[in-house]
Design a protein around this ligand. Sequence first.
Ligand SMILES: *Cc1c(COP(=O)(O)O)cnc(C)c1O
Length: 229
Amino acid sequence: MLTGEEIAARLRSVGERIAAAQRASGRAPGSVRLILASKTQPAEAIRAAYDAGARDFGENYVQEAVAKRAALGELAGATWHMIGHLQTNKAALAARTFDWIQTLDSERLANALAKAHPAPPMPALIEVNLGGETSKAGVRPEEVERLVERIRMRLELRGLMTIPPPAKRAEDARRYFAQLRELRDRVAAASGLALPELSMGMTDDFEAAIQEGATMVRIGRFVFGERAK
Ligand SMILES: *Cc1c(COP(=O)(O)O)cnc(C)c1O
């Protein structure tokens, strides 16, 4: 694990790059929220980031998040995002552990979350599989509109999330980010929902994502260093 000072310095640096990308693309200050992807990082690394001002944390596994939240105790003002694939049988535990679900990908999962957390409805993003990769979870783009209509009463749908196929250069990911924005625009118009959030962009490509309209970037290695294998 990096030291607390290193994590704080990297957090400042990523904050500056996010602000610069925001300015360069004519986005309003504060329009991009940094979600720290803290999978495999120890609770102390999260604590160091929190002490340095970070407030949004994304975890990929329910059990790992439960254990870390227990170790950390109450972090006032922190928001926890589920960013990994969520199985329906873990929905109830996830609803107690997270504030946001970014990886909604089926009506069954939406029903299970709504049952566990009926009021207020949980904020959720639909995960879209833009590359058609069978190895990845997420809804195919052409199915998003139908899913929105079926679950809109049960969850507070806030937008879309994607993990694009691996790319050699950030520029290769850009067309997927633009596709997610265009899909969001179409689904918002068809459904009448605002769907303001676009969760896209990671360590290697977050600036391109911001230029294409990301409102949430999910960043791990840039702040915490390489993950242990
Ligand atoms: C790990 C992860 C990230 C962050 O990836 P980095 O390359 O470490 O920035 C973002 N989103 C999801 C869904 C992840 O699993």
